[in-house]
Design a protein around this ligand. Structure first.
Ligand SMILES: *Cc1c(COP(=O)(O)O)cnc(C)c1O
Length: 376
């Protein structure tokens, strides 16, 4: 931890670069898309994207056009795909910036083609098949019409169908029968596209969990989010060859001795049993520390774990340090790579009934991300 920040989230960019390198080696020559949506899963989208490209990422993935434009403005030139198709997106600006767009409906293909006409340049399009997630994308019934619309726009010089893609529902439940069923449905969608005359450059369906556990899902390109940050939604988390990139630390804002029987924090849901030392951690649920963390031994300081004493407030929570000689300004670690016995984002997720992704993306804007060298 550096300077006098009350809290910070140091981001180990060399972990992101290293994760992409090891993933590329394991994916058997498939292209790798580093998914940096949601501000790079809370790690900083531009910084994460640069680190991923340094590790050999071929593509970048985001959800919104605004996220893609931010990468372009930062000077990132890799192909960028917007994973969500939104009618109200600024397709024209995206096309001008050379950003790939998704369409899973005839209406969207039409809107994007119209934007391409205004932009005076063809849109790069990835057609999305809904093979069973029932989220975005064309159902099997809609797929032929979407293909027809895209190929007609392509014949008119307005779009180039660069990709065909889909997304799994249960990839993080290895062996789940929907995985093979979705692969089969996607193969059928690709066959239909071939027959209709489409000439895509990439077919893609795998996210982190599928890319790691289902080799036949890797196709031409794998879309990796969690894995590049050292995380996964698989049971037990990411494999040991991936390294978590985000740490979350804070400095004790105040330390005080209190007598036995002292009620702590809102609702007095914790009451001291002996004379003890309380330490105030200046992070709360507005910073992404869930209220449900009350009582959980997730905070690391002075070589061991400490339970959260009482209610997590909006901006702060308390730890009962007993007779430990803590002082204001002492560092506590909420999560990190786990090297020293600190919790990981994976453990926070498991303990609180969620996933590591929700923990890291939930860390709020008041917590500065810092990118200094790990050693400093
Ligand atoms: C977020 C996202 C991904 C990345 O998922 P991970 O589990 O983080 O690898 C891939 N594809 C789509 C469509 C996504 O929305």
């Amino acid at each position: 931890m550096t300077g006098n920040l009350h809290a910070e989230a140091p981001i180990d960019l060399s972990a992101i670069t290293g994760n992409v390198e090891v993933l590329r080696a394991r994916m058997g020559g498939r292209q790798v898309m580093a998914v940096v949506k949601a501000d790079g899963y809370g790690h900083g989208s531009v910084e994460a994207a640069r680190a991923a490209v340094a590790g050999g990422a071929d593509w970048l993935g985001v959800v919104h056009v605004a996220e893609a434009l931010r990468l372009r403005r930062a000077g990132l030139t890799a192909p960028v795909l917007c994973l969500m198709a939104l009618a109200e997106s600024d397709h024209e600006e995206a096309i001008r910036a050379g950003i790939d767009l998704t369409a899973g409906s005839v209406a969207l293909v039409g809107q994007i083609a119209a934007a391409a006409r205004r932009a005076g340049q063809p849109a790069r399009l990835h057609l999305k098949a809904d093979t069973g997630l029932s989220r975005g994308g064309a159902t099997a019934a809609e797929w032929p019409a979407v293909l027809d619309a895209a190929l007609a726009a392509e014949a008119g010089g307005l779009v180039r169908t660069v990709g065909l893609w889909s997304h799994f529902a249960c990839a993080d439940e290895p062996g789940h029968p929907t995985i093979q069923a979705q692969l089969d449905r996607f193969a059928e969608a690709v066959r239909q596209a071939d027959k209709a005359g489409a000439t895509p450059e990439v077919r893609h369906i795998a996210n982190t969990a599928a890319a790691i556990t289902v080799p036949e899902s890797r196709l031409d390109l794998v879309r990796l989010g969690g894995a590049i940050y050292g995380l996964s939604t698989l049971p037990g988390g990411a494999p040991g060859w991936l390294r978590p990139a985000m740490t979350l630390t804070a400095r004790l804002a105040q330390v005080k001795r209190v007598p036995p029987g002292t009620g702590v924090s809102y609702g007095h849901r914790y009451v001291t049993t002996a004379a003890t030392t309380l330490g105030l951690v200046p992070l709360g649920y507005a910073d992404g520390v869930p209220r449900s963390a009350i009582g959980q031994p997730l905070v690391y300081a002075r070589g061991r774990r400490w339970p959260i004493a009482g209610t997590v407030c909006m901006d702060q929570f308390v730890i009962d340090f007993g007779d430990e000689p803590v002082a204001p300004g002492d560092e506590v670690v909420l999560f990190g790579p786990g090297d020293h016995g600190e919790a990981t984002a994976q453990e926070w997720g498991e303990t609180l009934g969620t996933i590591s992704y929700e923990i890291v993306t939930g860390i709020g804007g008041r917590v500065p991300r810092t990118y200094q060298d790990e050693q400093s």
